[in-house]
Design a protein around this ligand. Structure first.
Ligand code: SAH
Length: 395
């Protein structure tokens, strides 16, 4: 195996089991590893640190996999890691109320660059590192053996592929082609999911718990679900008896799917309206109309893709939340989220405080929202924490 030797003093992150080794930390490489090849990372004094995937094209030159030198990174190793990850999700799936979740969450499950989402009997894979791309065939074999899916679909179209110098990839990897719409269940609510055309890998299963928490406040209330996608928050609110739900999204496909999902669940379609629009524009329009709501959900896409974008993102979050606060009935509830890893919960609270000040409102935090257990946060990889939110009462 090829040795990658670090510069003196650059071993600290690896010793702390952080899974990324940046190219700047490397002193020399004894040989010419191929992209995605497993290498041994050693400190300047040659002490073994970890095995990892090498990639000359990536800023993260080595993605660390295993810190025990006696282990062999073979098919059995992957099988063990996958079995552990899958077993950890049984708590999400066992009640039978949910048959869609994230089975493998990359670094957080010690499989850097591999994401596996379950959609009923189908699996959707994202292979986001050259190392994972190289052992794709083994991963498919193991997933077939462990889960007996009907089909495995490749949805490796994320930007992350470009950092690893990989082309976007999409298509059937094994088995049956999923139908255009797969029917899945989450919190006992049915959804149609279009894996091929949907966003991310088809569904935002990271909001499962938060949808349920929020819905408990919805009985008899008017709800505005901004950035609704296929209706996660809208449908949960309707299921618990919201008086009326307005869903806003810029994507026609998302709203078509949402309409489908309202009917699929047998909800009263007269209690729901969909508006295809830019949320910021729509909130201003509601303000001009003088329209108000009891509950507003703000679940925007990632505004801060990196730390450098933080200032601009903070202003965008502030403006969005200020508008949301102005459209609430007094004592109304705002459920506000950020899926930007660069915005931590303290920063997010500051942004909400700033929005409240600008809106001339008092705000009480009732609850803090997190990412669910199928998106675990590995303590040695804090970058894996990305989804946070607040439920606030606006007075
Ligand atoms: N709340 C959703 C997930 C939201 S994902 C759920 O529970 O499933 C973000 C959504 O925002 C996407 O559906 C995307 O189409 C939409 N979007 C992005 N920018 C937008 C904008 N400026 N105005 C309205 N919708 C937008």
């Amino acid at each position: 195996m090829i040795d990658v030797i670090l510069k003196k003093g650059k071993e600290k992150a690896a010793l702390q089991h952080h899974p990324w080794m940046f190219s700047g930390a490397i002193d020399r490489i004894k040989g010419t590893p191929g992209n995605g090849e497993v290498v041994a990372v050693r400190a300047a004094d040659k002490a073994f640190l970890a095995y990892g995937y090498y990639n000359a094209q990536s800023r993260v030159a080595v993605r660390l996999l295993e810190w025990d030198e006696s282990k062999v990174i073979d098919k059995a190793w992957y099988q063990e890691k996958l079995q552990t990850a899958i077993a950890a999700r049984q708590h999400v799936l066992h009640s039978g109320e949910t048959n869609t979740c994230r089975l493998v969450f990359s670094e957080a499950d010690f499989l850097p660059g591999l994401i596996v989402d379950k959609y009923g009997d189908f699996l959707s894979l994202q292979l986001l590192s050259a190392g994972m791309e190289n052992i794709k065939a083994d991963i498919i074999d193991i997933l077939r053996e462990e889960l007996q899916p009907l089909g495995i679909f490749d949805k490796s179209d994320a930007n992350a592929r470009t950092h690893e110098n990989l082309e976007a990839a999409q298509g059937l990897l094994w088995g049956e082609m999923p139908p255009e719409f797969i029917e899945v269940k989450e919190n006992n609510i049915l959804y149609h999911i279009n894996i091929a055309e949907g966003q991310k890998s088809g569904f935002y299963c990271d909001q499962r718990d938060n949808r349920r928490i929020l819905a408990a406040y919805a009985p008899g209330k008017t709800v505005l679900d901004c950035f609704s996608y296929s209706g996660g928050f809208s449908l949960n609110s309707l299921s618990l008896g919201a008086a009326h739900v307005t869903s806003v999204d810029s994507s026609a496909l998302a709203l078509q799917t949402l309409q489908h999902n309202v009917v699929l669940n047998g909800f009263d379609a007269t209690k729901q309206e969909s508006i295809q629009s830019d949320v910021n524009k729509q909130l201003r329009a509601f303000k001009e109309e003088g329209r108000k709501f009891d509950i507003i959900i703000l679940d925007p896409p990632k505004y801060a893709p990196s730390r450098s974008a933080l200032d601009r993102a903070a202003r965008a979050y502030k403006d969005l939340n200020r508008m949301g606060m102005l459209l609430l009935e007094s004592g109304g509830l705002l459920a506000t989220f950020s899926c930007s890893g660069a915005v931590d919960i303290d920063t997010f609270k500051q942004i909400i405080a700033w929005a409240a000040l600008d809106a001339g409102k008092e705000v009480q935090i009732l609850k803090q929202f997190n990412q669910p257990e199928d998106h675990p946060i590995r303590i040695s990889f804090p970058e894996g924490e990305y989804l946070k939110g607040l439920l606030v009462r606006v007075l």
